[in-house]
Design a protein around this ligand. Structure first.
Ligand code: KG4
Ligand code: ZN
Length: 347
């Protein structure tokens, strides 16, 4: 018998993502983004994002069904992001998912967006081994997870105490006068710079942080250090060494993320590290984590970048894992949880 057909709905931020997955096979994945509408404000405007989800939902669903060549009636379960994310954006997706579940008489699974960023890797690289480490890095999140089992046992080892990795890049991008979002621009510039020319601080590393914040991140001190550095040079009327600033800053972030992720692998006795989230596109993080993982005998799994940014496939993949594991569906009266904890896989 064919495995169940899972519809995945993602609307936690500015992407309306809808996908269909059967087992670990992705049948279709369609995303509509409202980023162009936010870019001129230099950040996501929640009301604009919510309205965009409402406008895009039905066309995106129709396009997904058409691409997969399936009927809505053939769907066996509806999975939707229930948190964390923006309250209005999440509410549009969860309301639509409830309506579909009720109308079709199919089970509803409200799931954790961050864990979806890890689950999507199963569609590309196969089953995630039990007892893996997950690193989710994006514009909104930087979390280090212990993945006992992707469907039933996830624990947060650490997270950012202030800015997310991508957010720090976007803020430094603003300081350097780059267009929003600045992350990819800094990445590009950093490759022309000398990463050892300027040594920026590493957040929450070593010394007194060793125990309490061993797996937590902090990037706001780094951002302030970059701001002070730029101010200092500007006060002296010196031209900014933009590529070296970009390289030194990228090095600090990639160093901390990769060091903490591999330390978690070592303490947890794990040989698999799965990385997800839009920031995993960062070239210095990829290089450094690959190099250090090789030395440590750890296998690094990073899905192609189109699966790392927010999409419906990640939610369908997690839904599929839940159904496979025999997890009970959510109740139809679930609400959204903007700060959903990481030990909650299914609301
Ligand atoms: O996952 P994502 O598409 O959106 C969410 O935040 O949910 O991640 C986008 C973030 C932005 O902050 C963007 O600047 C950053 O990831 N980003 C990068 C790179 N590509 C995207 N940051 C540094 N280097 C990159 N290559
Ligand atoms: Zn995300």
């Amino acid at each position: 018998m064919a495995e169940p057909l899972i519809l995945g709905i993602e609307t936690s931020c500015d992407e309306t993502g809808i996908a269909l997955v059967r087992g670990r096979e992705l049948l279709a994945d369609v995303t509509a983004s409202s980023m162009d509408e936010h870019a001129r404000y230099g950040g996501i405007i929640p009301e604009i994002a919510s309205r965009a989800h409402l406008e895009s939902f039905v066309p995106t669903l129709d396009a997904t069904l058409e691409r997969a060549n399936v009927d809505l009636a053939d769907v066996d379960a509806i999975t939707v992001t229930a948190g964390p994310g923006l309250v209005g954006s999440l509410t549009v997706g969860v309301s639509a998912a409830k309506a579909l579940a009720l109308a079709l008489g199919k089970p509803l699974f409200g799931v954790n967006h961050i864990i979806g960023h890890i689950a999507v890797d199963e569609l590309v690289n196969g089953e995630i081994p039990t007892n893996s480490i997950g690193l989710v890095v994006s514009g909104g999140h930087s979390s280090l997870l212990r993945i006992g089992d992707i469907a039933t046992d996830v624990e947060e080892l650490g997270a950012t105490l202030d800015d997310a990795a991508g957010e720090a890049f976007d803020k430094v991008g603003r300081l350097l006068g780059l267009p929003y979002p600045g992350g990819p621009h800094i990445d590009r510039l950093s490759r022309e710079g000398d990463r050892d020319a300027i040594r920026f601080p590493r957040g929450l590393v070593g010394g007194r942080h060793k125990e309490k914040h061993q797996y937590d991140f902090s990037f706001s001190g780094l951002k302030t250090a970059v701001a002070r550095y730029i101010e200092g040079l500007e006060a002296e009327g010196v031209e900014l060494p933009v590529v070296d600033i970009a390289a030194g800053f990228s090095e600090s972030v990639a160093d901390v993320l990769s060091a903490k992720a591999l330390a978690a692998c070592e303490t947890q006795g794990t040989d698999t590290l799965v990385i997800g989230g839009g920031f995993s596109a960062n070239s210095r993080l990829r290089d450094l984590v690959t190099e250090r993982a090789e030395q440590a005998g750890v296998t690094v799994r990073i899905p192609p970048i189109r699966y790392c940014t927010d999409n419906g496939a990640m939610i369908a993949a997690l839904g599929s894992a839940l159904v496979r594991a025999g997890v009970e569906p959510s109740s139809l009266d679930i609400t959204v949880d903007t700060a959903m904890p990481m030990n909650v896989i299914r609301a």
